[in-house]
Design a protein around this ligand. Structure first.
Ligand code: ZN
Length: 160
């Protein structure tokens, strides 16, 4: 089932998340499937629960090779070495801008099978994961933009 994606300046996007306690619950599993389906339908590289009106700390990422689910994630390490990428967000349509983030991260999370993982990510995947992890904290990429590359005026018109 496709989920409705909330867009800026919807206040719910600023909500801080809570931990998921029932990963294997069929209702939770269905929600995770819906989150993946919605990300793929909207051509997103990532989608967080907050963006579809849920307050759990979950996001999904499409690496191209696989769709990964991150539940109750904690970034354990961020490299001092930074990289700059142009970012966009399904919740901030049409707006793009450059953001500087750590090149490498180490992240602890549970997957949709309830297994605990600690993995290292580099480059673009590291950037996408940091962007999605920010959604869990109510942070949007527009909070971190160094310079806009497209449609900056759309943000100014609705600035909170
Ligand atoms: Zn986003």
């Amino acid at each position: 089932m496709l989920l409705n994606v909330l867009t800026y300046p919807n206040k719910f996007l600023r909500t801080k998340g809570k931990a998921v306690r029932n990963i294997l619950d069929p209702i939770m599993q269905e929600f995770i499937d819906n989150l993946k389906e919605t990300m793929l339908e909207k051509d997103g590289v990532g989608l967080a629960a907050r963006q579809v009106g849920r307050d759990e700390n979950i996001f999904v990422v499409n690496s191209g090779a696989a769709i990964m689910t991150f539940i109750n994630p904690t970034i354990l390490y961020k490299s001092l070495n930074k990289i700059e990428f142009e970012e966009g967000c399904l919740s901030v349509p049409k707006v793009y801008g450059m953001v500087k983030r750590s090149k490498t991260i180490l992240i602890k999370y549970y997957d949709e099978l309830g297994q605990s993982n600690i993995k290292k990510f580099n480059g673009l995947l590291s950037v996408v994961i940091q962007h999605e992890n920010d959604h869990n904290k109510g942070i949007l990429f527009i909070d971190k933009v160094i310079r806009y590359t497209d449609n900056e005026e759309l943000i100014k018109d609705v600035k909170e």
